[in-house]
Design a protein around this ligand. Structure first.
Ligand code: HEM
Length: 413
């Protein structure tokens, strides 16, 4: 395998295919004049998100159209087998995020190396974000019990939780995002295939959002209750904000997790039928925002600051104190990055109602940020009348993967 100037796991033949180089271009490449290649690659690389970097992709990456979150349980008890799998996954992810297939088979008498359903599709901003759950450290089965970060503990059971074991736990997690659903599925399927015998899927949840290309406004996406969702996310363009609220720091206690982030996954059912019978004024009081503009009640524009104490001329609070925005905002001290998607999963067998809601995904430097906000929401959020939390899981997502390294290598070093 040639690695000159190329991502690990990417061959020259792959590059020629992606770059669409034939004839003279291919001849130049074959003759070693490689400076022609990066340009050709760049021209084709507009929808690729680098797999390697300081942070894992899929956190700061602008939210893609589709997600699949997959939790795996590890079947092997052998540390070397687990590490070997993480290395094979690393090579596969480097190829897939570069828009390449997993390889070509030279023989018609063996199963193809790549399952083929993504042939002809571009990288579609495919990203992988890997993390580990509390159970990975249990029983010291891989010799890493002493490395469990102190903050990686079971989330508390919150008031009104109705959690189903089906959507909880997992030794490893991967958040797979892309703008094409088939690209996401292909990635999920092939990671699972590569992991056969070493890991097995514990649960998988998929989500969608409005497709960016089809949204003429190009603004903040709307959730299934029709409201803009994501407005109040922190401004992560500033490194100080990222360090303070999003990424784990060396000094937090577990150096191997530096530049990683905690991922909370909550499956929250949204009772659409009840919501659909609720008058608009009450819907807006529930979120504390105008539906059309997304502005906080009492303000004019979507990104106006949230001022819970603002009052009307009659002394009435403009932003109801039990509205979702007011309660989640609190005193404005805790921040997390919400990167949620909508989900729909058929119907409730008993009622015939649509089973749909929010696949709530948040990244934060410490799970305490989520816990503090959710504790408040669980006790006094007006939105609770319309939602039920059904699933819950917490993972520590690794720092960025470096070229030559592999997923989670700092944990096993
Ligand atoms: C189905 C459940 C939920 C729905 C439909 C929902 C929807 C919304 C909407 C529409 C907003 C206002 C616009 C925005 O700032 O994005 C908002 C704000 C927010 N939500 Fe939620 N949310 C849900 C659950 C949660 C949960 C579980 C948490 C965390 C524990 C959370 C944390 C926040 C935060 C921190 C804000 C921003 C508050 C601020 O302006 O400072 N939400 N949510």
């Amino acid at each position: 395998m040639t690695r000159t100037g190329l991502e690990e796991g990417v061959t020259r033949r792959d590059v020629l295919k992606v770059a669409g180089l034939t004839g003279i271009g291919a001849a130049l490449y074959a003759s070693g004049i490689e400076r022609f290649l990066p340009r050709a690659l760049t021209a084709q690389a507009t929808d690729q998100v680098p797999f390697y970097g300081k942070y894992q992709a899929g956190i700061l990456t602008p939210v893609q159209n589709h997600v699949q979150v997959v939790a795996f349980d590890i079947q092997t008890t052998r540390r070397d087998e687990l590490i070997d799998l993480l290395q094979r996954w690393t090579r596969a992810c480097a190829r897939l995020t570069a828009g390449l297939s997993l390889g070509e088979s030279d023989s018609r008498y063996v199963p193809p190396e790549d399952t083929g359903e993504a042939d002809g599709l571009s990288a579609s901003h495919l990203t992988f974000t890997f993390g580990c759950g509390i159970s990975l450290f249990a029983d010291n089965r891989f010799g890493i019990a002493h490395k469990r970060p102190d903050a990686l503990r079971e989330l508390p059971v919150f008031d009104l939780d109705q959690l189903d074991e089906r959507w909880s736990g997992g030794d490893l997690v991967v958040q797979i995002c892309a703008d094409d659903q088939q690209v996401v599925f292909h990635a999920l399927r092939n990671l699972t295939r590569i992991g056969r015998g070493v890991v097995k899927i514990r649960w998988t949840q998929s989500g969608f959002q409005r497709s960016k290309a089809a949204d003429a406004t190009g603004g903040t996406p709307r959730n299934l209750f029709g409201f803009k969702d994501g407005t109040g996310n922190p401004d992560l363009s500033q490194a100080t904000v990222r360090d303070k609220h999003l990424f784990y720091q060396w000094r937090d206690g577990s150096p191997w997790l530096t530049n990683g982030s905690f991922l909370v996954v909550r499956r929250i059912q949204m009772h659409l039928e009840v919501w659909d019978r609720t008058i608009l004024k009450e819907q807006e009081r529930t979120f504390g925002r105008e539906r059309s503009s997304g502005a906080p009640l009492g303000s004019k524009k979507e990104f106006d600051s949230v001022t819970p104490k603002q009052r009307t001329a009659h002394g009435e609070a403009q932003l109801p104190s039990d509205s979702h925005t007011a309660v989640a905002h609190g005193t404005g001290k805790e921040h997390l990055l919400r990167r949620s998607y909508s989900y729909q999963a058929g119907i409730n067998e008993t009622t015939g109602a649509l089973d749909a809601g929010l696949l709530f995904l948040s990244f934060q430097r410490s799970p305490e940020q989520f816990n503090t906000i959710q504790k408040r929401l669980a006790t006094s959020d007006r939105l609770n009348e319309y939602i039920t939390h059904r699933g819950s899981a917490l993972f520590a997502c690794f720092g960025g993967i470096q070229k030559g390294g592999y997923i989670g290598d700092a944990l096993f070093a």
